[in-house]
Write a protein that binds this ligand. Sequence first.
Ligand code: HXC
Length: 280
Amino acid sequence: MFVDDLLRNKRILITGGGTGLGKSMAHHFMELGAEVLICGRRADVLEETAKELAEATGGSIGWRPLDIRDADAVEETVDSFWQEAPIDVLVNNAAGNFLARTEDLSPRAVDAVVNIVLHGSAYMTLACGKRWIETKHKGTVLSLVTTYAWTGSAFVVPSAMAKAGVLAMTRSLAVEWGPKGVRLNAIAPGPFPTQGAWERLVPNEDLAKLWETRNPLGRTGDHRELTNLAAYLVSDEAGYINGDVITIDGGEWLAGAGQFNFANQLSDEDWEKISPKKGK
Ligand code: HXC
């Protein structure tokens, strides 16, 4: 869908880039000519992904192990990438989440999720943002949130709180940093199957099927559909989009919201019964 070199000359850092959606974005960005940097907690996973994507695309990829909950480590890692060359794009992709009854959560369980999603994204955004501003280098941040950042969701409350915060950060800094040459946007994906999310969020196959198909399009998203959107948003072609969140969920969240959406379940007979033409 894009010219081959859409992301040429872009140096893109992706948190959690070793697996899942982060890896898919890394792959596609490299196909489009970007130099990609990935970080995550497990060095072996990063090394394996970097090797695989370099072979698959012939592109350039670097990696560093990093736990984004550690602000000092974030600073050191961004600094060491920056010393090689400036970063142009940050993708806040790394997340932590699990399904739990909220009354069962310990303080450490809340922290485990909030520290990754909210604090980690903030540390990364600050580390890149202050360098962009100091050096007058144009920058872009893309954060992966969820539709429950604005609806809230039962049973994933720390994640909902944290994603809402990342969205607030995106909108706030779009205004504060826009004049300084930094653009920030977010993507809110629906069900895009990944091993990490499915293992933690869907306890059985029936529920997985329900989750995957209860959106109006009746299917899960294809990673390519998400990576196309991400590539566009981080490219200069999207240079006038700032402070927005783009939903890519097949209509899932709206289907849960509209008061009369239940009428999808009505039969032809039901429709006949309430039709004004009834009895004519
Ligand atoms: C209740 C739980 C729990 C669970 C962990 N804890 N899992 N409590 N129910 N299912 C508690 C532990 O008991 C512990 O508290 C605390 O959380 C920390 O757990 P650790 O395992 O020590 O933490 P850590 O190793 O840092 O792991 C962090 C994690 C883990 C978030 C818990 O799941 C993780 O690393 N996830 C990363 C990948 C991921 O989550 N991907 C899915 C993202 S999907 P105590 O008090 O016992 O010490 C997403 C988008 C959703 O975000 C939208 C989908 C469409």
